[in-house]
Design a protein. Structure first.
Length: 133
């Protein structure tokens, strides 16, 4: 019985340690009346050292915000990670909180890949790109 409990504690500790290694990086792009402003927020880690936002563009599909972001791998290694869009209204509140899945992506050394998304409703005027390994 003790061995079973000890094994469960060790496994749970290992899973917790691995989950603690997940890094969330974000790039925030806000749409203003005169264009866009990009603010990059990041935590320390491999992704923050290796990824950068090379370009971002916004437009509209009807009255919905459309976002296009170019993500560049600045490292000498292949990067495999996940990304998703986080949509925000003019007051900074998240819209469609549970509506977006993580999408896997791979980028080779020094490659730039473009990702796109369309806001879930017309109240959105800003977004974040979140990445995690």
């Amino acid at each position: 019985m003790r061995n079973a409990i000890l094994k469960a504690v060790i496994i749970a500790g290992g899973i917790s340690a691995m989950a603690g290694c997940a890094v969330n990086e974000t790039a925030t792009v806000t749409v203003n009346d005169d264009g866009t402003t990009q603010i990059i927020e990041s935590n320390s880690g491999l992704l923050s050292d290796s990824l950068s936002i090379a370009d971002s563009k916004t437009g509209f599909v009807g009255d919905l915000l459309k976002a296009q972001v170019s993500i560049k791998n600045d490292s000498r290694s292949d990067l495999n990670f996940q990304y998703k869009f986080k949509w925000l209204d003019k007051n900074g509140f998240e819209v469609a909180v549970d509506g977006r899945p993580w999408i896997p992506i791979s980028i080779t050394p020094y490659e730039t890949k473009t990702v796109q998304g369309v806001a879930p409703n017309p109240t959105v005027n800003a977004f974040k790109i979140l990445v995690q390994d």
